[in-house]
Each structure stands twice: as C-alpha cells, then as structure tokens.
Design a protein around this ligand. Sequence first.
Ligand code: NAD
Length: 453
Amino acid sequence: MRRGPLAEPDIQTQLETYTVSELTSTGKLEALMEQLEPTVETNPFEAMVSRFNIAAEKLKLDQGLYEVLIAPDREITVSLPVHMDDGRLKVFKGYRVQHNMARGPAKGGIRYAPDVNLDEVRALAAWMTWKCAVVNIPFGGAKGGIVCDPKKLSLSELERVTRRYTASLIDIIGPERDVPAPDINTDERVMAWIMDTYSMHVRHTVTAVVTGKPIDLGGSLGRREATGRGCMIVCDRAISRFGMKRENTRVIIQGCGNVGSMAARFLYEAGYRIIGVSDINGGIYNPLGINISRMMTHCQDAKTVVGFPDAEPISGAEILEQPCDILLPAATENQITSQNADRIQAKIICEGANGPTTAQADDILYNKKIFIIPDILANAGGVTVSYFEWVQDRQGLFWNLRTVNDQLEEIMVNSFDTVASYADRHNVNMRIAAYMLAIDRVAFTTRERGIYA
Ligand code: NAD
C-alpha cells in the first residue's frame, strides 16, 4: 500500500496507516501518542481530585488530613506470565490499588480491558472509598485491573490470567484485607476462579475473599441485580422529589451489560418508559418506548442491542443527546464531557457507571439545572449487596431474596435522602454533597482511630 505524507491531520488514520518503525524513524510516534494521551479533563484521577478539592474546601479539611485522604494507601503493579493456548508465554500487566482502609477492609471490583491504566484504577479505588462511606458500610476502597482484551482470550487463557493475578496478590487480599468483586468484563465465573485460587493457597475454603460469586459458592441472592436495582431506587427518589410519575418518565440508558441491562429491566417493570438503549456497537431509539423483555431476548441471541426490530438505529454519541427525563450512563468513564454536555437534554442524570461525567461537564450541567445522582451514590447498590454477601459468608448463614432487597432498599433510600438533605443544607449540588458526606465520614474515623494525631 502506498503511504501518504505524515502531515495528515487525523491521528487515528496515521496510526493505522503507518507501521511503528515508520512512525519511529520519522520521529512522529511520540508526538502522536502524546496527542492520544488522556487530557486533564478525561483523566479519571484528576476528575476525582477536582471534586475532592471542592468538597474538602467546603469542609475546611486541614492540610494534613487532606493529604492522608487523597493519597492511595498502596498501589501494586504485577507482571503475570501466562502460557497461551498456542504454547507462547505472554506477560500481562495487572494492578491493584487500595485507596483507604480506615473504615474497614478495602473493597472494589476488578476490570479486564486493553486500556486499563494506573490512573484509572487509582481513581476507581478512591471512588470506592467514597461510595462505601456514602452508603455507610464498613469498607474502604480498592480497585484492580488487568490489561487484556478478554474477547481475544480463550476461556482457559482467561482462567490462567485470573489465577496468576490472584496468586500475585495473595498477601494483600483476603476477607479482612481487601475483597475484590466483578467490574467491566469480569463476572461470577472470574470471581469463582479467584476464590478457588485464594483457597488453594491458604489451604481452606475462604468464600468471603470475593463477592459477586455464583450462589452455590457463597454468593448472595440479589447481587447480580443489585447495582441496577439500586439505580431504580434512586431514580424513584429523584422523580418523587420533582413530582414526576414513572409512566411519564422517559429514560435513555447507555450500556447494556450488568448495570445497564438490570437497570433497564427494573425501570421497565416499574413502569418507566425506556426510549433508548445503547452498547459498544451502537444504539436503538423509539420515543414511544421499547419493550425491554423483547429487547433482552434479542440481546441474548445477537449479543448486542443493535438490530432490535422495534426501534430505530441511532449512534452511541447521538443517543446521549436525545430529549429524555432520565439519562442513565452505565458503560464507562468520560461519556459526558465539555464537548457534549451542553447538548444533553435530560432532566436527571443517574450515573450507573463510575465516572461517566467529567468535572468540566459538571459545571455545564449544573448551569443547565440538570439534577445529577452521582456515581458514588447511584451505583452503590452493587457494593451494598456485596457487603451483604461478605456478611453472609462470614456468618455462614444465607438470607432470602426479600431480606437482601429490603435491606438494599432501606440503605439506598436513606443514602439518597441523606445526600439530598446535605445538599440542601449546604447549598451544594448532589455530587459535592456526596463527596462532603463521604470525606467527612472517612475523616472522622481517621481522627478517631488516631492514625492522624
Ligand atoms: P459490563 O462489562 O457488564 O457492561 C458494559 C456495557 O457497556 C456493555 O454493554 C458494553 O457494550 C457497553 N459499553 C462499553 N463502552 C461503551 C460505549 N462507549 N458506548 C456505549 N456502550 C458502551 O460492565 P458493568 O459491570 O455493567 O459496568 C458498567 C459500569 O458500571 C462501569 O463503569 C462499572 O465500573 C460500573 N459499576 C458496575 C457495578 C457492577 O456491579 N457490575 C457496580 C458499580 C459500578
């Protein structure tokens, strides 16, 4: 293929057109990579820090405590040598960041994705600290990830990567130390492998080392649905605050994985009108409402929402900008940024994903009077039922589904109401109120423990 001059404007095209050696020899590779680096706006850790700073200032947090709370307790990078099915030896990179453990063992998911990086894991770990504090459960925050594309790995390769990662972290995870859970591209099966590997090393079965396990291995009823159910509970609180009715409330959901699909199901069953859903392949839109049961059947076969016959196709970017009452991003970070925030036409944003809105977008949305249910509150249903799972595993006594769901509802309703009244009292938005509440709780425990004297 004939190669054109390197002065082409489109970075992606240049990266796809030229080989690495061509780019390196012409000195362009570094410059292009720099342009692809996340900007300050889309760096998740910066996004966390900017909200933390506003909340800390309002709380008049002293400098020493500020430094204790913002710095991750521990960051670990591991290299995971794994035999691939074709006999090659490949080394994967893995991370675990434990942000803060003042209130209890660290808690947080593990994600598998090609673009996982330390800043992202660091931000997600901190968000877990604040999230656990917002819903007042006795955990600190952690997060982990492995740089890999699970779609390109066989099941046995995925299992070997998971087991090696677990073995590498054996000294720092455990029911009293750090309890992982599923996140993007990890599921019950991955949790079962972690539980088994950990148990092999400590030579007895330890179910409470992870949550989000299969029910037969010590998982909790209701865990799989918990994050989506929690989103529905906080949406209910938000619409009742504005005197809205479920049946007149139009919802658009981005992402149709665990969180998005469960949120869609519960909101639909509760009577909300779901007018749009998207996933990584594209979106579907029907202003009259989508039959979510039928959409789920389509997804099971097609493995995507795209192609669902009773709705119009729409791009992933456009769907976010359609008029609706609730926009529920449930995919990944940085979906609502300074680039598209002014075109968002929702009344309420319920953040099912972690970090879907950048700090710069926050200001734009606030000026547009869009009510945001922040991630550290909206998606806390998952960690809440993970906490129930950990409690049940340690007790060896398992709850029925009604108990799980009732307890979840009580915690989500109380947490929403506490954050909302905190926001009203301090004249701040819901996100800053949630951060203030969480930071205040972690700071209080830290002072009480005497870590900070
Ligand atoms: P998942 O892997 O099950 O699903 C992710 C979904 O997002 C998939 O449907 C994928 O196609 C879609 N997606 C990815 N990129 C997209 C894009 N650019 N546009 C549209 N769709 C896109 O992951 P999950 O467990 O549902 O997690 C989703 C988000 O929720 C993440 O931010 C995660 O950290 C957060 N979260 C998950 C839980 C949980 O219990 N699973 C709990 C709290 C928060």
